[in-house]
Design a protein around this ligand. Sequence first.
Ligand code: URA
Length: 239
Amino acid sequence: MRLDKMIANLGIASRREVADACRRGGVTVNGVPALDASVHIDPERAAVVYLGTPLVYRKYTYVMLNKPEGYVSATEDGRYPVVTELLTPELRRIGVFPCGRLDKDTTGLMILTDDGDTAHRLLSPRHHAKKVYAFTCRDPLDADAEAAFGRGLRIDGYTCLPAALSVNPDRKSGRITLTEGKYHQIKRMLECYHDNRITSLSRLSFGGVPLDPTLPVGAWRYLTEAEIKILTRYDTKGD
Ligand code: URA
């Protein structure tokens, strides 16, 4: 693989920036300055240092985004801003895409990656990846709500998988954990349960990875090695 491609794929610099850094002697391969960014290296074995930072090669890129309201979970949309606009041009260029969907007005944890297999596995109904949301709703939930959600609500002829609902003392907010992801699922669940309405929804964790509480709304960061391990080795016991 070309050196500039290897570094650019980590999302830390564009190929042009890598070429500039190489010309200035800022990149070493196995301890030797690489003046030509187009040199071919074995990314699994070469010790690459970019502007003083040793790089760990990763075939795929994984980021977490704290999604704001008003953004569509897509890479392109004719009408609304898309979540990938909140990333760098480099990350867009390598083709990271949202792993699953949140509604335009839903906020919180969104994982983006270019690892299609992992995304597919996490989204596959067979894997039952856990998604935890904080919600508020218009009307107070009655005392039966937790049990009814836990049994599996019936929405539009479909019986949902059991969902763990925990309601705060105000009975108008709480947490809900899903192991599936149907279109507008939580909004539809609340609607079918005594015609209630969701007034805010935010995802707190996905597949055992929690939203970093220090990540401001609209900001993103790379997943840590530990978080990547949780997602790439995800099974139903993983969280
Ligand atoms: N359920 C919804 O209704 N909306 C979301 O964005 C996620 C889950």
